[in-house]
Unconditional design. Structure first.
Lengths: 560, 560
């Protein structure tokens, strides 16, 4: 198991310094006294309000440091990975932030935390501080457990206590509210793999078809092994367990990432939750987010809190702690109708015999060249250039009677649409771009060479290739260049001599690709030089043949 | 490889619905048209400002949907996992959000994205929309690459364009600023394992001592395999690569979680970054956070942006998009001095012969009982109860001359401190709690039984055990009960007869633990019933012997 750490002994202090260096929460500091004292405190704190301190072993980030900030925690006391902080560190935190209003310690129900925070509270009391402690025991995995574990539901208590402290409530009132809320809080975890403490040997006792339900946050085995299943089924199972244990709603839900579930899968789990019966009783969702993790555990936990007015107000309130993700009030997903104009323009069919003759001839040529082009492509790629061009040619030939052949701009755009929908591959989209841009340009200038040149430049811009990169551009650009000897020549029709010269230039360009032994774009760029030598690029070959075919038709019939 | 999914074909639509159901960004909707059209848009958008649209294949969550919101993206167009969205979906997004001010498409430099977004732009242009496209190619892994990939640096461009659009800048100005920023943006990735597309077979080509540098976000192998090393070394390597490629600073940095690095390790990486030469030129940090992931890749990426006034202002600005983590202006970590009062009170040594005789006798007894108690504990636990009590006894015996033996309150608190620092184990902390609370109570009432009873109740509260749970409480509570026949009896001294009766009660209580075959607290709670039968709890045995020893001393000497 590889981890991004330096040394097992420095995990927590380095992570705390990394947190302090990058957190967006303002006004945080640490108490001096590494490595024993690992305490993050607010420095913008005036002690006139009740201090709220939480903490415990590390490995649960962003808990607890990420929740230190205005209207949430005043300080977080961190132990080593999965180990309670010592009494002296807790006491130091209490003394650093506690004034006359007193202090509330929020502790998850683990013996080490209870005892160390408890002794610190007693010592602080002996020193004259008012300190109270609330223990959160929200795990419902083990039926009739005497000592349910504290899990991510603890965050509800942080939020409620932090909210009350921020608005100036007194310690006794906060303690009562926090304790009552803790008794209305229910959590369960589900994981596909266990977690590994950095430096330890991974102990993945779950097989490829197993998951586990009812786990803690310290890598201990879950309450029950279950069969691995679809996200919806796993979520449903966890929700049923929760619903059995919980009081009636309405609820707030925390959907917590236990460590390494990718964001896309957490979103699928969130969607799975919306399909459960429990979702109907849930009015507020928090997450999916990393809130109370268990190192690299590939799992999630659900925590429910029974809502009342106070708790709802507390959860809604803004905080200054960077890791609190905010709440979402549950409602329907909004679906907006697809814009009507996203449909393509429809064109009126029109006739132009020369244009139709050119299109027909090019299509026939491409269909008959299919095998040859495929063969060329098989030398440098996946052997489908012929099929791709052939498919486009067949579709266009079939659509010929419906095309606006008398309107160059509309025709070019219509060809673009057909190519984008039917040709496939990058070359289909590239040529669709060319004809779409050319159509727009043609409408302005009624100049085919200029329009095609404009289209080709757009194609280069989006495709990223240039002449010399061993693509169809090596035939296309020399051909188009020859059609526009003086840069731009406004002409609705192309004379036969120009077209013949253009065809020769395109052919020379295509042939030159056989000499290019490095391809910088397209699929051939992944092929070794020795395999490219002597093979004409199939895209360039197709373009050269198109130019040649057009030249033959124009020589026979005169310009369109 | 286990994933939280339902079916490979539904990954993206389900994740989008899960996102929409839980995001805290307000006013989002999706366009109708699943599964082909997967577009998230702002509904609170009036089209008088330039629309900013991004997108690409999925599997990079929270990119791009998490960045849709006020002052960032207007819409996100999502493809299937690692596959570009189709032209029609992009066009639908453009039409849904674009008004007279026009639209900017921000695209990562992958052929599929360039072509599909490019063709959509051309089609939108042909329909009369002003649409421009900026391609981000921030990957610096491959020297002299013709087509550098687009990585997490793309987020800088989202933020800058979104900021300018929100303040009403015109399209041309935004395009220029976005393009210039994109050319001043540099990224590199480093991973410990490859990613797995759900449903595919994992292809982890990296050995346990290998990592890779210069990777994309689609699971393709990195530019170079490197040796797995400490976090500081890996970070330093990535930073050197970046520094070589980048223009001079000052920089903003994105520290991006590529998928499954646990939060604690990302914090260690953040700390590692602060030690590099590059950190000195970095004035703004964004992250660590999940920003542009690659499914479940266990790696991170770094992205640098050269800052100027506009870019700094843009990065600082607030946004309505839930996944933008905000920025951190780099500065020193603040370290606050440990509060002085956290040191324990020092006590003035004082003499009381009876008290000293009691303490000396109890310590001698516990030292001599060490093996017996260890033996009892070996039957139900790890066999160290005797050692634990013995260690405490030796420390107290050694400290006897320095103890405030004439002041019951101070003495009790001093014993608490010694026990918490030297005894070890849960029982050390538990007894420290007892003596700390007892000391405080004694100062009020000068009543040993009452003080100890109060301390014992505190111990029960923090420890969570009760009488009958097979712990030292089973000897302690009956013993203390017998000392306070009428609830509370203010008495500075304990008469010999009471003490003798208390010792008998404690002994009976200790013996009763041998009959308890279920332990509800402490380590014995993990032991099967048949192994508990007939074994006296070693903690209860120690307490009973303490009562007996005290009774003998008092009978000999009279009350203290």
């Amino acid at each position: 198991m590889k981890h991004f750490i330096n040394a097992k002994n420095n995990i927590v202090t380095e992570a705390l310094d990394g947190f302090l260096a990058t957190t967006t929460t303002t006004g945080l500091a640490r108490l001096d006294g590494y490595p024993h004292t690992k305490v993050i405190i607010r420095t913008d704190w005036d002690k006139s309000r009740v201090a709220v301190i939480a903490g415990g072993g590390s490995g649960h980030e962003p808990a607890h440091t990420g929740f230190v900030g205005e209207a949430m925690l005043t300080a977080a006391v961190c132990g080593e990975v999965f180990a309670s902080p010592g009494v002296d560190a807790v006491l130091a935190a209490i003394i650093a932030v506690t004034g006359e209003a007193g202090c509330l310690l929020i502790v998850k129900n683990y013996t080490g935390d209870r005892l160390n925070f408890g002794l610190a509270a007693e010592r602080a009391n002996a020193l004259g501080y008012r300190v109270e402690m609330v223990v959160v025991a929200d795990d419902i995995a083990i039926p009739d457990a005497d000592y349910p574990r504290g899990l991510a539901g603890t965050l509800f208590i942080h939020k409620i206590a932090g909210f009350m402290a921020a608005r100036g409530d007194e310690l006794d009132r906060i303690v009562t509210a926090a304790r009552t809320a803790a008794s209305r809080c229910y959590s369960i975890g589900l994981s596909l793999d266990s977690c590994t403490v950095p430096g330890n040997i991974p102990d993945d006792y779950l097989g490829p078809n197993e998951a586990e339900l009812g786990l803690g946050i310290h890598g201990e085995p879950g309450f029950s092994k279950i069969a691995f299943a679809k996200a919806d089924e796993l979520m449903s199972l966890a929700c049923e367990k929760l619903a059995q244990a919980a009081a009636p709603g309405p609820f707030a839900l925390i959907l917590n990432n236990l460590g390494t579930v990718p964001p896309v899968e957490m979103a699928i789990l969130a969607n799975a939750f919306t399909k459960t019966a429990l979702a109907k009783k849930t009015t507020i969702i928090i997450g999916p987010a990393h809130l109370m993790t268990s190192l690299n555990m590939n799992g999630f936990s659900l925590s429910l809190l029974v809502l009342d007015d106070l708790r709802t107000a507390a959860l809604r309130a803004d905080v200054g702690a960077s890791s609190w993700p905010g709440i979402r009030v549950c409602d329907q997903i909004r679906v907006v109708e697809l814009p009507k104009t996203a449909q393509d323009k429809s064109y009126r069919p029109s006739r132009n015999e020369t244009v139709e003759a050119i299109i027909r001839a090019v299509c026939e040529m491409l269909i008959s060249a299919e095998d040859e082009l495929n063969f060329l492509d098989s030398r440098i790629g996946d052997g489908d250039t012929g099929t791709t061009f052939g498919r486009a040619a067949r579709t266009i030939a079939d659509a010929l009677n419906d095309l606006p052949c008398a309107d160059g701009g509309d025709l070019s755009m219509a060809l673009s649409t057909i190519l984008s929908r039917n040709m496939g591959g990058s070359s289909g989209v590239l040529l669709a771009i060319l004809f779409m841009a050319a159509g727009k340009a043609y409408k302005k200038n009624n100049d085919w060479p200029l329009a095609l040149f404009h289209g080709a430049r757009r194609m280069m811009q989006y495709g990223g290739a240039d002449v010399g990169d061993r693509t169809m551009l090596d035939a296309l650009m020399p051909g188009l260049d020859r059609l526009m000897p003086n840069g731009s020549m406004a002409s609705e029709s192309i004379p036969g001599e120009s077209m013949a010269a253009a065809a020769l230039a395109a052919r020379a360009g295509a042939n030159s690709t056989a000499l290019m032994t490095t391809a910088c774009a397209g699929r051939a760029s992944y092929v070794q030089a020795e395999n490219l030598a002597g093979v004409t690029d199939p895209g360039a070959e197709a373009i050269a043949r198109i130019f040649e075919t057009v030249a033959v038709v124009i020589r026979k019939r005169g310009p369109a």
